[in-house]
Design a protein around this ligand. Structure first.
Ligand code: DC
Length: 233
């Protein structure tokens, strides 16, 4: 397994998707699972700040709905009870709600075992915030991918523009700072550099170069078995 963690906008998704394709292994996007719970929370009309009763309802949402990641040439499709929510979970509102629900320990307790089960079933490249620190501390390689806040904000802004979502760079910057603060200071599984993780700064290099460097590192450490889904020779 390769674990890729880091803050929003560091290029994790692009790198993780490209790396998985290069190695011929599954790509597991754990952020999409928190986003799916965020969407369910929005649909249920539950709003932060969450009280104890809300937290119990969030846990029930995370446990009672079937959240699936389905491999797709474009990366992965996200299904909730069979409904394709891949687009809906990418809105700025869903991103903000994902950050809120991911700070609820009961939600993490519901999703982490699912993530471990996926890793055991298929191996591959798993991306998130706590993969190297909590979900898969024994991953073959743990990468903490980062970049300066201004580079990350610019990348997010360009990405939203490409998808036709209207916003300003200033708004993206502010939302990012709020999410960074929440993700790094929450009590349960904060975003951190996991022990033994390799910190890679992507501010000045593109995703292809980052993938090249990770592949080279995997070859160095002899993690050749990653090139096969688990169960094969
Ligand atoms: O990577 P992303 O933007 O799709 O993640 C959405 C939110 O979920 C983000 O605020 C961080 C949170 N998250 C988390 O807490 N733990 C993970 N393993 C993955 C994402």
């Amino acid at each position: 397994m390769v674990a890729i963690d880091g803050p929003a906008g560091a290029g994790k998704s692009t790198v993780a998707r490209m790396l998985a394709a290069r190695l011929g292994v599954p790509y597991i996007d754990t952020g999409a699972m928190y986003r799916a719970v965020g969407l369910l929370t929005m649909r249920a009309g539950i709003e932060p700040p969450f009280d104890e009763e809300d937290e119990a309802r969030l846990e029930a949402l995370a446990r009672e709905h079937q959240i699936e990641l389905v491999p797709d040439p474009a990366g992965v499709r996200v299904l909730v009870d069979g409904e394709d929510v891949s687009e809906a979970i990418r809105s700025p509102e869903a991103a903000a709600m994902a950050s809120e629900v991911s700070a609820v320990p009961a939600v993490r307790r519901a999703l982490v075992p699912l993530q471990r089960a996926m890793a055991t079933a298929s191996g591959g490249v798993m991306e998130g915030r706590d993969i190297g620190s909590v979900v898969l501390p024994d991953a073959d390689l743990k990468v903490f991918l980062t970049a300066t806040p201004s580079v990350r904000a610019m990348r997010r802004y360009e990405d939203l523009q490409r998808r036709g979502i209207e916003t300003t760079l200033e708004t993206v910057r502010e939302e990012q700072a709020r999410r960074d603060l929440r993700d790094t200071t929450r009590r349960d599984s904060p975003l951190m550099v996991a022990p033994g993780a390799w910190v890679l700064d992507s501010s000045d290099i593109g995703p292809e170069a980052v993938v090249d460097r990770i592949v080279a590192r995997l070859e160095e450490i002899g993690a050749g078995r990653l090139t096969f889904p688990m169960g094969e020779p």
